[in-house]
Design a protein around this ligand. Structure first.
Ligand code: AMP
Length: 321
């Protein structure tokens, strides 16, 4: 089947303790699409400016991603993000965000992008996410990512968008900020209780919450289950930019590749493992560099290692007391 993704297509300037890159290819939709392309057909929707070249588009098309709905806006500038990481990579400061062509962007999806059965609303203005959601009312599975900036300046639109998806993927701290609840589980429960107003066309309200916890991994919360995985342990992490989007690409891609399976805990757990592994490759080098030359074989091998390191036996013991 196929996945449509809308989100930032960007130039990123990034400084980490291990080096710096200026105006490298980035953006939430790009990182997502590269990761999801290992699982299914991916169609990217979003605008770029005159400053975006064939070379950048080729990074996605080389992996089979359909870029025909990437709209080049004459006279416009591509979304730009500038970030800097602290010494242990756990903290990140945004130094500049320029929406450029995303300002006032009205996505017009081709028939092909509207026919996908899975939709990912990657990080961008919630209003843009909502417009795209409305154009795929019958999608089988819809997931959304966002960030603190949109919780700060566009919370109402973001809540409206969240009410119309099946799965919300947010950083742990963002989930607490969004709900104003200090506890992760109660924050997730709160979002799981949201549903669109009566009579709303498309959706059922979120039923899966994924809380990303950076180097500590990710947790998955549904109305009646909980699951968590640590991050794949790496000795060298170079640039965490896009890890969250790559994680989402693995998760949503894996679900998209199983159209006959219902959204069981079993399927969600396997999807979490693939998400974790994809994200671990992303952070090994700057930007999209590592994922661009990743192979399916490498992914499968790391899934095996993650499986082995997260298993333990029941080992019943007669306890004292
Ligand atoms: P992540 O590290 O997963 O949070 O994603 C970083 C990517 O998100 C970078 O490639 C940026 O271009 C993009 N990004 C940063 N800020 C924003 C924003 N406000 N809206 C959309 N995308 C953003």
């Amino acid at each position: 089947m196929a996945i449509t993704v809308v989100g930032s297509i960007a130039y990123d300037t990034v400084k980490t303790p291990f080096g710096e890159r200026e105006r490298m290819l980035g953006g939430a939709a790009v990182h997502f699409a590269l990761a999801a392309s290992f699982f299914d057909d991916v169609r990217v929707v979003g605008p770029v400016g005159d400053d975006f070249g064939e070379q950048q588009l080729a990074v996605m098309s080389k992996r089979g991603v359909d870029v025909s709905d990437v709209e080049q806006i004459t006279g416009g500038k591509t979304f730009f993000w500038h970030g800097e990481y602290g010494w242990d990579l756990n903290s990140r400061e945004t130094l500049d965000t320029q929406l450029g062509v995303f300002e006032g962007f009205q996505p017009k999806l081709s028939e092909r992008s509207r026919s996908s059965d899975v939709l990912f609303l990657a990080n961008i203005q919630p209003e843009v996410q909502l417009t795209v959601r409305e154009q795929l009312p019958d999608a089988r599975f819809v997931a959304l990512d966002s960030m603190n900036l949109w919780i700060d300046i566009a919370r109402e639109a973001l809540v409206k968008a969240i009410e119309r998806v099946d799965c919300v993927i947010l950083n742990d701290a963002e989930l607490r900020q969004l709900t104003d609840k200090p506890n992760l589980i109660s924050a997730a429960r709160e979002v799981l209780s949201w549903s669109p107003p009566n009579g709303s066309s498309s959706a059922r309200g979120p039923r899966v919450i994924v809380a990303k916890q950076g180097e500590y991994g990710a947790a998955l919360i549904t109305r009646d289950s909980f699951f968590a995985l640590p991050a794949y342990p790496l000795e060298t992490v170079i640039d965490p930019t896009g890890a969250g989007d790559t994680f989402a690409g693995g998760l949503v891609g894996y679900i998209a590749a199983h159209p006959q399976e219902e959204l069981s805990d079993e399927l969600l757990r396997r999807a979490m493992a693939h998400a974790t592994v994809l994200a671990s490759f992303n952070v090994e080098e700057f930007g999209t560099e590592r994922v661009e030359r990743l192979s399916g074989r490498e992914i499968v091998a790391r899934i095996g290692q993650l499986h082995a390191m997260t298993q333990f036996s029941g080992a019943p013991l007669q306890l004292r007391g």
